[in-house]
Ligand binder design. Structure first.
Ligand code: RB5
Length: 144
């Protein structure tokens, strides 16, 4: 499983923590930036990640901004992207089992790193249930 990560300045520190965690587990992440805590625009990183996932350069994306809200909104503008803002253990499990999210999103200023690491592993250890949930995903993909 190939995982990519990107953040704005509000998520930079969390991104570095997650990168170090996954590297220690022998699962290096593709880092799409940002590369410092200098102010940047979160949509740039949402779009970069969405293109990366849609081009199948990674199986899963992790996005982080200050709250996780802006970068989720931007990523979900892309058809085929299901970016889930994960905020507790149940949401981490459901984001995979029901939503088959291809991007998981966190708030760098609203969550702590230990919880975010836990949510990542819950997501990675869960399985999409398909069936009625696949039908609902098809409905998301219909033009509005
Ligand atoms: C940047 O200051 C902040 O607005 C951004 O990280 C994010 O929280 C937006 O939703």
């Amino acid at each position: 499983m190939k995982i990519a990560i990107a953040a704005d300045h509000g998520g930079f520190e969390m991104k570095e923590t997650l990168k170090a965690h996954f590297a220690a587990q022998n699962m290096p992440l593709d880092d799409l930036g940002t590369f410092s805590d200098e102010s940047v625009d979160y949509p740039d990183f949402a779009h970069k990640m969405a293109d990366y996932i849609l081009q199948k350069k990674a199986d899963l994306g992790i996005l982080i901004c200050g709250t996780g809200i802006g970068i989720s909104i931007a990523a979900n503008r892309h058809k085929g992207i299901r970016a889930a803002l994960v905020y507790n253990e149940f949401a981490a499990q459901m984001a995979k089992e029901h939503n088959n999210a291809n991007i998981i999103v966190f708030g760098g200023r609203t969550m702590n790193a230990a919880d975010v690491v836990k949510y990542c592993h819950i997501f990675l250890n869960s399985t999409f249930q398909g069936g009625r949930h696949q039908n609902r995903i098809h409905k998301i993909e219909q033009e509005c």
